[in-house]
Design a protein around this ligand. Structure first.
Ligand code: CTP
Length: 402
């Protein structure tokens, strides 16, 4: 089955305490622009009411095979026909066993059986139930049948146990759903990304830094992983949640970032330098706290190495992508920067329009010219940028082969 962008999703909810998390999941899905049709099993209604799910999804919730609200009287066919995918979250052990055997004794199991679209399940159960050989056999069978298993997570469970089995958090499920639908354009590629600000110590309690949030770099790391790449993210200090399934290397200063990059660059196909690296650091950081006085204070700054330029001039340099944050004359400054650093591709943006915000408008600059991208969320920008990189790399390798 071809994964296509998920615009309409059937969210199946089965009976388990994690059903309460489905409310937050619906909220996030709707916020991401996905039309959500909730279908609940009878058991799910013991944990959360259809009224809650209806209010959050803005659509009538179906629970019954014999619901007269579907005009042709065949909700199992009608609902699965309209969906780009079905996600069952939480999926109980019992429901997974039903899927394995093709049982169809209620609306949700019937529409899963009658589907032509992809099916994803997010298991949620107690540790022993998850570890039971019967459940593990069922998981293997579902995977063999082409059903995607999202999670489960490990941690404290409602029953007081600790271990694997609890449903993945709604934000993680949304991320996994987004990853599922990405074309795997970067499969097998190793990508190193720098992100966030760097922090340059003045003394043990003070530092020079900048306002970079790291959001763009983290979005690129997530989407690159979703497109099939092996991703390493070298990050300055941020408030962001570490992306799952990405190797995260935390650094503080520009010198540490340079070290972390250089240690790993030999294995990379692509280097995307998103970090707002401090251009200067205090020449002689104080080992003790500098005391205040009535005199003015002059700090001597010394330049940091340009990490991107260092990588781009390596004899076996990976495909290098830079970012240019400018406050004026965007295209002119950015193109000069691209040429100076010898980059095949540079992403230019105006600081006042992008820094710290959730969305951005950027222009891609390469040898073919400039390609403005419409203002969009950072995930969407990341997706378009990575598609552009994949196309350029493909063109490069086709040219090399002829
Ligand atoms: N960069 C880097 N190391 C540095 C400075 C910048 O790797 N010490 C990278 C950034 O990650 C970005 C690109 O170089 O991809 C351009 O960064 P930017 O701050 O816009 O430009 P600078 O080269 O620092 O020039 P200026 O500050 O004069 O605009």
């Amino acid at each position: 089955m071809q994964n296509q962008p998920i615009k309409k999703l059937v969210l199946g909810i089965t009976g388990g305490i994690a059903a309460y998390k489905a409310a937050e999941l619906v909220r996030l899905l709707v916020k991401a622009g996905i039309e959500v049709q909730v279908v609940m099993t009878e058991a799910a209604r013991h944990f959360i009411t259809p009224v809650t799910m209806q209010a959050l999804s803005g659509r009538q919730v179906f629970t019954d095979m014999w619901d007269a609200a579907i005009p042709n009287g065949m909700p199992h066919i009608e609902l699965s026909r309209q969906a780009d995918a079905i996600l069952v979250a939480p999926a109980s052990a019992d429901f997974m066993a039903k899927l394995v055997h093709g049982n169809a004794d209620d609306l949700l199991s019937t529409l899963c059986l009658a589907r032509e679209c992809p099916l994803l399940v997010a298991p949620a159960m107690n540790r022993q139930m998850w570890e039971n050989p019967a459940t593990q056999r069922n998981v293997q069978q579902l995977q063999a049948d082409g059903i995607a298993i999202l999670g489960p997570d490990s941690g404290e469970q409602a029953c007081g146990e600790t271990g694997l089995g609890r449903m993945s958090e709604p934000e993680d499920l949304l991320e996994m759903l987004m990853a599922f639908q990405q074309p795997k354009l970067l499969k097998g590629k190793h990508i190193l990304i720098t992100a966030g600000p760097t922090v340059e110590a003045i003394d043990p309690v003070r530092a020079i830094t900048n306002f970079s949030s790291g959001k763009m770099g983290y979005a690129i790391a997530n989407v690159a992983h979703a497109m099939g790449a092996e991703v390493t993210l070298v990050s300055g200090p941020t408030q962001l949640k570490p992306p799952s399934q990405v190797e995260l290397v935390n650094v503080v200063s520009a010198a540490q970032m340079l070290d972390a990059v250089m240690q790993r660059i030999g294995e990379q196909d692509v280097f995307i330098s998103v970090a707002a690296v401090a251009d200067y650091r205090p020449a002689k950081p104080g080992t003790q706290k500098i005391k205040k006085s009535e005199q003015s204070l002059t700090l001597e700054l010394t330049p940091n190495k340009d990490i991107l330029a260092e990588v781009a001039r390596l004899p076996q340099a990976p495909f290098c992508v830079g970012f240019a944050a400018e406050s004026e004359n965007l295209l002119q400054h950015a193109e000069t920067k691209r040429k100076k650093k010898g980059l095949p591709l540079l992403v230019a943006n105006l600081v006042q329009e992008s820094m710290g915000q959730d969305d951005a408008s950027v222009v891609l600059l390469d040898d073919a010219g400039s390609h403005p991208l419409p203002r969009a969320g950072k995930n969407r920008i990341a997706q378009q940028l990575l598609q552009h990189i994949a196309t350029m790399m493909h063109q490069q390798s086709s040219k090399a082969a002829t």
